[in-house]
Ligand binder design. Structure first.
Ligand SMILES: Cc1cc2nc3c(=O)[nH]c(=O)nc-3n(C[C@H](O)[C@H](O)[C@H](O)COP(=O)(O)OP(=O)(O)OC[C@H]3O[C@@H](n4cnc5c(N)ncnc54)[C@H](O)[C@@H]3O)c2cc1C
Length: 416
């Protein structure tokens, strides 16, 4: 089934054009080839020819994406991207996410994409040349190494990894895990507690992000952590007296916490728009099955339980989509959208879980097979509830912001 994307009357022409062009590539090039493109990931033991033909196909599609002017939507043109605004990119994501793995064929894959944004905002010209350009050209891979097994990832200020200044070098010691893409990375951006007497003294101010090439002595990649029963490239890493030049520091000493907030804030909106695209796909699959599957003397579409699944899912998708777009509009306008970000970070992954859960139920046994993309979506939706800040932390933040507004003498303005 193709994704049905039409122009939206209230949107600028440019956004409509981006959505339509993206949908054309999704529908014509990626959906019909989804299994062929990614089967090696799922099954592992595919023949060399199949692997090579999938690689060629991926490169062909990337070329078409570049020709359509849609490559690397998160980056400006001078760094090889197509220079979309935040809102344009958010609208593109709901279309991109409909097909499994499509984002990587459009040059926008986490954690590289987050690292690229950080290098763009905090990197010097030299750092950008050395790390950002090859990353964008696909010649390098990278990871973001913040979370630690022994400290609460939900409170990043609790991290214990240290960077000690010795002459012109930072000396890094610490234990991280869940560094996504960590296994095959050329460099990692490592969040460290920097004890620099000249830096700011507050808790947030002691954090600095430092670029660490993975071949630096002392970078010990312990393992890829098994996730949902599968091997993964989310790496556990021990940094032992790792020495890098001071010039590898990103931004000012002490800017690490702010850089992480910049990364995660925008990332949460993009992830939620991705979730909307995936819910859209799960919804289409559910509807398709309901229209054709006969059970107990009638089609599923005529059973009221199933009609309830369809209507509840419709409501889940619409609410998620409108919340995310509202938040993206707030961010585009430069408004403080922290409360909106937290609200959608809680709501959308839960709604996504519900929609996929219903789609699996409607498909019966087929729903939990590798023949459909629903299993991956189900696991992804559940994982999102704890990654990028767990639900509880976001709930606390919303309540704090609302109460702060109340104590400042104003009730909440839901119109803005
Ligand atoms: C697939 C995946 C990929 C990831 N990729 C990366 C990556 O690339 N780089 C990286 O650095 N990290 C990554 N992470 C780590 C992720 O960001 C952390 O797991 C997340 O921030 C939560 O931290 P934690 O696991 O230490 O949980 P904790 O901080 O130990 O929290 C555990 C639970 O405690 C509860 N909780 C927390 N605070 C409160 C509170 N104030 N009140 C009540 N309850 C609370 C919540 O239910 C929470 O789920 C990834 C994680 C996953 C699963």
């Amino acid at each position: 089934m193709s994704m049905n994307v039409q122009s939206i009357a209230s949107l600028p022409d440019k956004i409509n054009q981006i959505r339509l062009l993206t949908a054309k590539i999704i529908n014509d090039e990626i959906l019909p080839n989804e299994n062929r493109l990614w089967r090696w990931r799922r099954d592992g033991d595919v023949s060399d020819e199949e692997r090579a033909s999938a690689r060629t196909l991926r490169e062909d599609i990337k070329l078409k994406v570049k020709q359509a002017g849609l490559w690397a939507p998160h980056l400006p043109e001078e760094y090889g991207g197509c220079g979309l605004s935040f809102l344009e990119h958010a609208y593109m994501n709901e279309v991109l996410a409909y097909a499994v793995g499509a984002a990587s064929l459009f040059g926008v894959v986490a954690p590289n994409s987050g690292n690229q944004k950080i290098l763009l905002k905090y990197g010097t010209e030299e750092q950008r040349k050395k790390w950002l350009v090859p990353l964008t050209e696909g010649k390098m891979q990278s990871g973001f190494s913040m979370t630690e097994p022994d400290n609460a990832g939900s409170d990043p200020r609790s991290i214990k990894t240290t960077a000690r200044r010795e002459g012109d070098e930072w000396v890094i010691n610490g234990h991280k895990w869940f560094t996504s893409n960590g296994i095959g990375s050329d460099f990692l951006i490592v969040m460290c507690r920097t004890d620099d007497p000249t830096g700011p003294a507050d808790r947030n101010g002691k954090m600095t992000q430092i670029i660490v090439p993975t071949d630096t002595p002392g970078v010990n990649i312990v393992r890829g952590i098994e996730v949902w029963g599968n091997a993964s490239d989310h790496a556990e890493i021990i940094y032992e007296d790792v020495r890098v030049p001071v010039g590898n520091q990103l931004g000012q000493t002490g800017s690490g916490h702010q850089a992480a907030q910049d990364r995660l804030g925008a990332g949460r909106v993009y992830h939620c728009m991705n979730s909307v695209g995936q819910m859209w796909r799960a919804f289409d699959l559910m509807v398709e099955r309901a229209a054709t599957r006969e059970v107990h003397g009638g089609l599923l579409q005529d059973k009221q339980f199933i009609q309830g699944f369809i209507s509840d899912s419709y409501i889940d998708i619409q609410t998620s989509r409108l919340m995310t777009i509202h938040c993206a509009e707030q961010m585009e306008s430069g408004a403080d959208a922290r409360t909106e970000i937290s609200a959608l970070k809680i709501y959308v992954p839960e709604a996504y879980s519900r929609v996929v859960d219903r789609a699996i139920q409607v498909w019966g046994a087929a729903g939990v097979t590798g023949d459909l993309p629903l299993v991956g979506m189900y696991q992804g939706a559940r994982t999102l509830r704890l990654a990028d800040g767990p639900d509880e932390v976001h709930k606390i933040l919303i309540a704090k912001n609302v109460m702060k507004q109340h104590h400042a003498g104003g009730s909440w303005d839901f119109g803005n």
